[in-house]
Design a protein around this ligand. Structure first.
Ligand SMILES: Cc1cc2nc3c(=O)[nH]c(=O)nc-3n(C[C@H](O)[C@H](O)[C@H](O)COP(=O)(O)OP(=O)(O)OC[C@H]3O[C@@H](n4cnc5c(N)ncnc54)[C@H](O)[C@@H]3O)c2cc1C
Length: 309
């Protein structure tokens, strides 16, 4: 079984940074990613709040730059597969991979971020890929010139509505509250966008269509009235769930399931560190994920030195 100083799980901003810092410290690192470099930034049309890019940068462009930064780093091994389980203890963890390989690691840095929360209405699963989507950037173009719905009131819902506005005919933005919690800059743009129709204090009751989505029923929670909205797609942004099922069950998490760490990114299990969106914290952004990744790498480096002492 191959052995590494550290296995970093997830190649989003947190994992890329952790791997970069650890390998530059001379540690042997395996970076495992189930899809491709970038994580959630691949779903982001444009990042306008990452320092150094005053005109913004497209998510996929930043992901390409991250990947280029990892290329050619000595001591870094990269693998495209899922991590299925992590067992053992500090200095001797066993990481089982979906490709049937297992590796051993002295430390683990968990950077698996979060996945989209489902809306929880009937037929959501069946219509996914047939009008139900969680990624406007990936699927928006299929609905050029059509009417679509977006659900949610946070940054992702508003940012993606504004992105879709350049592509589709009309956007029905459905939000269960009567105020948005997204950044003010998005709210200002949204209110001056004539293509976006607001359905506040409203929830999606049902999805219609056989084969492909043809419309939705929306209920106004103040009046209890329902309304049928014809649309060919619904983009769902109702939050994220942490990805921790492969980790030891006794790892401490907060009530929402995010990993509890101290300020050095140390989890409740010695030798396991967590960085980025997977961590219990206030602000989930690229810059904070990268910052966590750097701190986790430094903390893992110190931990490894103590193991070797
Ligand atoms: C639509 C949208 C717009 C956004 N806009 C902005 C913005 O404008 N500015 C900003 O700063 N932030 C933005 N964000 C948030 C930002 O993208 C995240 O905070 C950031 O990507 C978190 O980085 P991360 O590395 O913690 O996790 P992620 O980016 O979620 O990366 C986690 C990685 O782990 C991989 N993974 C998961 N499980 C496994 C496993 N078992 N085995 C192997 N690999 C695994 C995933 O495939 C993924 O690549 C946006 C997010 C979304 C969805």
């Amino acid at each position: 079984m191959k052995s590494y100083d550290s296995v970093v799980i997830g190649e989003g901003p947190a994992g890329v940074t952790a791997a970069l810092y650890l390998t530059r410290s001379g540690c042997s690192v395996l970076l495992v990613e189930k899809l491709t470099t970038g994580g959630q930034i691949l779903q982001t049309s444009s990042l306008e709040n990452y320092p150094g890019f005053p005109k913004g940068i497209k998510g996929y462009e930043l992901a390409d730059l991250f990947a280029a930064h990892l290329d050619g780093l000595g001591n870094l091994t990269r693998m495209v597969t899922d991590v299925e389980s992590v067992e053992g203890e500090a200095g001797n963890f066993t990481v089982k991979l979906k490709n049937n390989e297992s590796v051993s690691a002295k430390t683990i840095i968990v950077c698996t971020g979060a996945k989209h929360r489902k809306l929880g209405v009937e037929r959501e699963e069946e219509l996914t890929g047939h009008g139900v989507s969680y990624c406007a950037l990936c699927d928006g173009n299929f609905f050029r010139g059509k009417d679509v719905a977006v659900v949610g009131g946070g940054n992702a819902a508003l940012e993606e509505s504004l992105y879709l506005s350049n592509i589709v005919h009309t956007i029905h933005l459905i939000h269960r509250r009567d105020a948005f919690r997204a950044r003010q800059v998005y709210q200002d743009r949204l209110l001056s966008d004539p293509k976006i129709e607001l359905h506040l204090s409203s929830t999606v009751q049902s999805l219609h269509g056989s084969g492909d989505l043809t419309g939705i029923t929306v209920k106004n929670l103040k009046t209890n009235q329902t309304e049928e909205i014809p649309c060919e797609a619904i983009f769902i942004y109702v939050g994220f769930e942490p990805v921790t099922s492969f980790l030891p069950a006794n790892l401490e998490k907060d009530p929402a399931g995010f990993i509890v760490t101290d300020t050095e990114m140390r989890s409740s299990i010695p030798g396991i560190f967590a960085a980025g969106d997977i961590r219990s914290k206030l602000c989930r952004q690229v810059i904070t994920a990268a910052g966590d990744g750097a701190t986790a790498a430094q903390a893992a480096f110190v931990f490894l030195e103590q193991l070797h002492a």
